[in-house]
Write a protein that binds this ligand. Structure first.
Ligand SMILES: NC(=O)c1ccc[n+]([C@@H]2O[C@H](COP(=O)([O-])OP(=O)(O)OC[C@H]3O[C@@H](n4cnc5c(N)ncnc54)[C@H](OP(=O)(O)O)[C@@H]3O)[C@@H](O)[C@H]2O)c1
Length: 227
């Protein structure tokens, strides 16, 4: 199977959390971090989120900055990346921003557990493409194969959340990790981390190599290659 180069891009607190226990979107990173997220998104062919992040993030997953749009076009890319939502149950609200701002195709990867009525509703939306890949969960290698072959995605930026990241790591499908380490402690066993899900037993843990480390004010931007 083919797959794109996959980058997980996240902000994380000193205690390894990526949101507070309420799992609501809160503004806790710097403007520099937000700008870096968008600049990196502008380098990607596709941007991917899980169902909960699609709902909580107040973003259409597109590129608002016209200079970045023009730079993409100069590189032979469309102004906005493809937008990808992963959701076994299609449990996301209908009014998420990615559907409201029609600037590039939205690909929904789901499973046989998705209700027929929601699939029928999605099929009526303009430029929304639904793939049922998997019985219980979305089969990550098949999803990445479809993105690489049918949509020519070479570089995919995953912007969370914890459960989607966890399933990408479990499938050994992450090439790079971009983390902004932020000067907060959120605490809470139920607060999301960078990668939730089952986790790895000691014998199978993943290793990474530090490629870059930059300080911006109180934040550290870390770029790792997953080995
Ligand atoms: N700090 C950061 O950089 C950052 C970035 C993004 C998000 N966040 C925060 O993280 C929280 C959301 O994280 P989360 O872990 O709760 O949610 P999430 O990963 O965004 O979404 C989880 C949902 O995605 C679907 N999903 C993920 N992987 C799947 C797979 N392999 N197959 C099928 N479905 C899959 C499932 O949807 P169904 O239930 O429909 O099956 C699952 O319930 C929010 O609080 C958000 O603010 C933080």
């Amino acid at each position: 199977m083919k797959r794109p180069h996959v980058i997980v891009h996240m902000a994380m607190t000193l205690d390894g959390k990526t949101a507070t226990v309420e799992r609501r979107r809160t503004d806790w990173t710097s403007q520099t971090d937000k700008r870096r997220l968008i600049e990196n998104r502008a380098m990607a062919d596709a941007v991917m989120v899980g169902a909960r992040t699609a709902e909580t993030a107040r973003t259409s997953l597109s590129i608002l900055d016209e200079r970045l749009q023009r730079a993409r076009v100069r590189r032979g890319l469309p102004p906005h990346p493809l937008r990808v939502i992963v959701s076994a149950h299609c449990s996301f609200r209908k009014n998420i921003r990615a559907f409201e701002r029609q600037v590039s195709p939205v690909l929904v990867f789901t499973s046989s557990r998705a209700p027929k009525a929601k699939l029928a509703w999605l099929a009526r939306l303009p430029d929304v493409h639904v793939y049922v890949v998997g019985k219980k969960d979305v089969n990550v290698p098949r999803m990445l194969d479809i993105l690489a072959r049918d949509w020519k995605v070479k570089r995919l930026q995953c912007e969370g959340g914890a459960n989607l990241n966890g399933s990408l790591f479990t499938a050994h499908a992450v090439d790079e990790l971009h983390v902004t380490l932020c000067p907060w402690v959120f605490g809470g066993a139920q607060a999301p981390t960078l990668a939730d899900g089952k986790g790895f037993p000691r014998s199978e843990i993943l290793k990474a190599k530090l490629l870059r480390c930059e300080q911006f004010g109180q934040e550290l931007f870390l770029q790792y290659r997953i080995l």
